[in-house]
Design a protein around this ligand. Sequence first.
Ligand code: G
Ligand code: MN
Length: 240
Amino acid sequence: LHYQPQLCLADGALQGLEALVRWRHPERGLVGPDEFITFSESRGLITPIGRWVMPQACRQLKEWQDQGLAMVPVAINLSALEFRQRDVAAEIAAVLRDTGLAPQYLEIELTESVLMHNASQGLATLHALKALGVGISIDDFGTGYSSLSYLKRYPIDKLKIDRSFVMDTPGSSEDVAIVTAIIQMGRSLQLLTVAEGVETEEEWKGVGICGFDLVQGYYIARPLRREDAFAWALRNAGHI
Ligand code: G
Ligand code: MN
């Protein structure tokens, strides 16, 4: 598991860490989730992977909090298949109990398509997670089915706006228009907005002007090995 910091755009304070799974391949080195999650789902391997990731990330954050890390949440990505499992909220509740992590320090990231494909059962699962006190973020926002009606029905906390909108923001008036509208909508609905995948100083300045609440991406930090993530968080929180 690697961890990527998420910062408050206004003051640079650490606002969260996203846990990102990697596969250490003997020949290819570190392989990212894009390359193996779909495969893992098709081979029935996603359940064991998820059952490893969730407690690992929660235990790690609890340990860091006990060692003086700022009290911020860890975000975990749930694949479509994991989200569809009926007992996902119960499993998460058990992990929180076992690891001692307080529920407000866990966030679940879901893509729009996951929500669209599981409409009624998905709603029940989201409410169960909400009742636990766990946060819910929409990942890659703007690239899925983008049915805006779910924003009013589902108990969502954060919109993570996909990198494709962030990438060209400084130079593209269309992207600026779309992003600005999403941010305003987020504000009205009391959702935090996150700029995903900020890679350059130009993009950093662009997302700042647009008024995002939070920011994440290579420009701030790559996903870091756990030792490096903790050191980074202690060194940089609040000083960017
Ligand atoms: O779907 P999700 O947004 O959770 O995908 C996260 C993936 O994006 C991770 O595998 C991570 O390594 C990658 N990532 C994180 N920051 C950046 C970035 O600034 N640029 C790009 N291209 N990818 C990023
Ligand atoms: Mn994510």
